[in-house]
Design a protein around this ligand. Structure first.
Ligand SMILES: Nc1ncnc2c1ncn2[C@@H]1O[C@H](COP(=O)(O)OP(=O)(O)OP(=O)(O)O)[C@@H](O)[C@H]1O
Length: 224
């Protein structure tokens, strides 16, 4: 099992106080290597909260998160930062590319904290991905000179440049028009299949959710 969430409880506010709102309730979830999973559910059901726990961006009030059998809830903040950088890739609804950098520079940025310089092998992998997602011609352009679809494909490459074991996507097609959303959906599936990456996506898009191997709905704080 690549990822295992055991009896997770998470809310906002101070437990016991009137303002406390419990979002996840003794939730259990297991992910096998290579899984392609969609998490759906109504607005406010806790999808982003769950993704933040899986991505080690937040910690549960109760319960444990295991990644490759290691208990992430026992990690310090700096250990978690190292863990995220090494093992996870994130894609958000908005691409969050840096406007002053070119496509290629944006993509290589996550590699710099590890070594201060990018090795030949890392650059080759990045270039392989850029070609694969069809934005090689734009590699020296800045985000303002690229289309929304091209920017989001750049964000996908940036998320994969560290060769993560797990790719987490929060509404990755949410800001795209129908045609670009369809293209990005196909791309995520192709990359996950061909590069052997496990994918978990939160989405309102039926087209994306239906093409994943497994679909879970977040309901009353649990996945069903
Ligand atoms: N930092 C926070 N402080 C207080 N309440 C929060 C916080 N973040 C989220 N919430 C609340 O927790 C609940 C779940 O939020 P979350 O963003 O996880 O839902 P979601 O399913 O991702 O919603 P959407 O589909 O609208 O993005 C909501 O009621 C939200 O108002």
């Amino acid at each position: 099992m690549l990822l295992q969430l055991q009896n997770i409880t998470k809310g906002y506010g101070e437990p016991g106080k009137h303002s406390y709102r419990q979002v996840l309730k003794t939730l259990n979830f297991g992910v096998e290597k290579g899984d392609k999973i969609a998490i759906v559910g109504p607005s406010g059901s806790g999808k982003t909260t769950l993704l933040n726990l899986i991505g080690a961006l937040d910690s549960p009030e109760e319960g444990k998160v295991f990644f490759n059998e290691k208990d992430l809830t026992s990690y310090s903040k700096s250990e978690l930062a190292g863990f995220r950088n090494k093992n996870l890739g994130f894609i958000f609804q908005l691409h969050h590319l840096l406007p002053q950098l070119t496509l290629l520079e944006n993509v290589l940025l996550p590699l710099l904290p590890q070594s201060n310089s990018v090795s030949g092998e890392q650059k080759e992998w990045a270039e392989h991905l850029i070609k694969k997602v069809g934005i090689w011609e734009q590699r020296n352009q800045k985000p303002s000179q690229m289309s929304g679809g091209e920017c989001q494909r750049t964000a996908v490459v940036r998320a994969m440049v560290n060769k993560p074991e797990l790719l987490l996507a929060d509404e990755p097609t949410g800001a795209l028009d129908e045609e670009n959303a369809k293209a990005l959906t196909e791309l995520l599936i192709k990359l996950s299949d061909e590069e052997g990456i496990t994918l978990i996506t939160v989405t309102h898009a039926a087209d994306l959710a239906d093409q994943m191997d497994k679909k879970y709905t977040l309901k009353n704080g649990k996945l069903v």
